[in-house]
Write a protein that binds this ligand. Sequence first.
Ligand code: NAD
Length: 490
Amino acid sequence: MSVTQEREQQVLDSVPTGILINGQWRDATGGKTLDVHDPATGKVLLSIADATTEDALAALDAASEAQRDWARTSARERAEILRRAFDLVTERAEDFALLMTMEMGKPLAEARGEVKYGAEFLRWFSEETVRDYGRYFTSPEGTNKMIVQRKPVGPSLLITPWNFPLAMATRKVAPAVAAGCTMILKPAKLTPLTSQLFAQVMQEAGLPAGVLNVVSSSSASSISGPLMQDDRLRKVSFTGSTPVGKRLLKDAADKVLRTSMELGGNAPFIVFEDADLDKAVQGAIDAKMRNMGEACTAANRFLVQKSVAKEFNEKFAAAMSALKTGRGTEDSTDVGPLVDDGARNDVDKLVQEAVKAGATVAAGGAKEEGPGYFYKPTVLTDVANDNPILQNEIFGPVAPVTTFETEEDAIRMANNTEYGLASYLYSKDFNRLIRVAEGLEFGLVGFNAGVISNAAAPFGGMKQSGMGREGGAEGIAEYTTTQYIGIADP
Ligand code: NAD
């Protein structure tokens, strides 16, 4: 059943509208506010406090004051807070899902999937934190004893994008809590409401005041700039576009800050002639259309072996054309709107340029008429290897398909990008899958699967897709630093 307006209002009414500093929700300095819109209608959903530089520095005051005591809490204590947060997010899954659909546009079924995925980081790190051991051993010479221990890196700035409003927050907050770091979370201005609600849930789960501070703001650099110049900040974890990531890396150099960078992608989706083509088409839809293509892991280029390209293209174009666009709260919706008009214009420009460069539109290829920022699910065929669309992160429901002859060609073409985040392979030959995966310069490889993200897996990119890993056993290490203690021969 589609969602009622009353239910939407009930969820919006539950969202704290202030900034969170030292456990208190308060107005922004100067009383500025920031409007959050529904991309399916363009209407304002809610106005929240718009944090200023002064607020960001107050958040850092709170984070640095709380750091010492927080670092001394037991791993078990932190684990239990995370586990309670997992339970609370799971109990309120429907509220979180609807809120994400409203502020970001993704269909409710996908938003529910994101709640499950995002909550898993809370559970996973509640389990990991108690196993974050150090070492005690005898030196190789046998003369003295050595202790190696991990300590929290310290107050961390967490900057998240708009495309996965809950999961991008939990993927950073959960390991930081597990490691014993205090935090300043700055969500994307297009979708801050989910982070606001999530921070309240963390408070309910028992997180002490000052450990998590939230400064939603219309001006990202007025928050990140001064914080990164302050000696008390120790780490920046950023998820977003490669150009902004590069800029933050340069800024981080001034204070030699620890950094984790989850940046853009240009995922190849490779279909070999021995693949099950129906499964490959379904995988292609999953890898391309989840989140309307607005995912760093979204399949961005389809490389299909020439002998099966015609059949694949026909099936893929038919499946894409059958998808129904609409507001994410409607049961019949497969594909929601893009996040704003600028994003839609960027996607359309890439499509028109690709067509000018010789591509054929096999499905879609244009904006949807009417309100909201909808774009037709699009398949482009006859895409030449040098078509510029193959080098750009599309971030929309557009699938350019190109062809290859041999396995070596497929590897070479796949690696022909400055990015190295996700990649996907379809074949029935497991040996081939391993061979090709070993040749790929990508942090994530999906075998016969269009969606592979998991809290238990290390997520992150090679090349200009970033550095560091989120999730898995690697996730906590991003928030710890190593200390060695040498002990004279007892
Ligand atoms: P973006 O880089 O515009 O913004 C990301 C975040 O950075 C937002 O919170 C934004 O307010 C902030 N920001 C923007 N300019 C800033 C500045 N000058 N200083 C400090 N902060 C600044 O990216 P986006 O449009 O929100 O997200 C889309 C991008 O994110 C895509 O490139 C996508 O591939 C990438 N992404 C990567 C991952 C990953 O894990 N690798 C996951 C999701 C999205």
